[in-house]
Design a protein around this ligand. Structure first.
Ligand SMILES: Cc1cc2nc3c(=O)[nH]c(=O)nc-3n(C[C@H](O)[C@H](O)[C@H](O)COP(=O)(O)O)c2cc1C
Length: 190
């Protein structure tokens, strides 16, 4: 894929990944892009944890319990299929990266700016991958915010906040999500 504009305009969230393995050299390139994001006070608040199979397995008891609770809230009992789907969303994704932003207790503005910088960094990562034909999905599902996830991934809840998991892989299909017309999001003021 050529040209920044084409990369920016064609990127879509990918929900179905093929089995093709993502080489770690591709991740390294994307982390380099992520590391070049703007950051106001040079706090470099972003951190990326590539979640391996063993670590993913540790998340499963909570994944299953969240699935059961979700079904209960709808008046259902979780079926084996819905539990298997929830497990598959963690175990069958080629790469999962937990993204964190630094916390600065007592300084809400610093945390807000740092969150903004981390999102810029995350999107650099996503776009770098996309430029190499690799798709991703930012997920903020219950498992990404659960207390046990911090413990299982060895992330300090007092120092960092998980802003999501980025699921990464080669796209099996690319959704045709349409966007608002650009002219509708801009006003040129006198
Ligand atoms: C902050 C944020 C959180 C998101 N969380 C989820 C999520 O939990 N699950 C999901 O399927 N997609 C999630 N997405 C992806 C959005 O649903 C997706 O970006 C949106 O539908 C627009 O599609 P596009 O990325 O193809 O332009 C998230 C996106 C953002 C920016």
């Amino acid at each position: 894929m050529n040209g920044a504009q084409e990369i920016l305009k064609s990127r879509r969230t990918i929900y179905k990944f093929s089995d093709k393995r993502v080489d770690y050299s591709e991740l390294e390139l994307a982390f380099e892009a992520a590391d070049n994001a703007p950051c106001h006070k040079k706090t470099y608040p972003w951190k990326y944890y590539v979640v391996g199979r063993k670590s993913r397995e540790m998340l499963l008891p909570t994944v299953i319990s969240l699935c059961r609770k979700k079904e209960e809230s709808k008046g259902n009992v979780a079926s084996k299929q819905s539990e298997a789907r929830a497990i598959s969303k963690i175990m069958d994704v080629p790469v999962i990266i937990a993204v964190t932003t630094k916390l600065t207790p007592g300084d809400d503005f610093r945390e807000e700016e740092d969150y903004a910088a981390t999102v810029c960094s995350l999107h650099n990562l996503v776009l770098s991958l996309w430029s190499r034909g690799i798709g991703s999905q930012w997920s903020t599902g219950g498992i990404t915010r659960h207390q046990s996830t911090y413990k299982n991934l060895g992330i300090s809840e007092t120092k960092e906040r998980i802003i999501g998991f980025v699921k990464v892989g080669y796209p099996e299909s690319i959704p045709g999500e349409k966007k608002v017309e650009a002219r509708k999001i801009v006003e040129y003021l006198p």
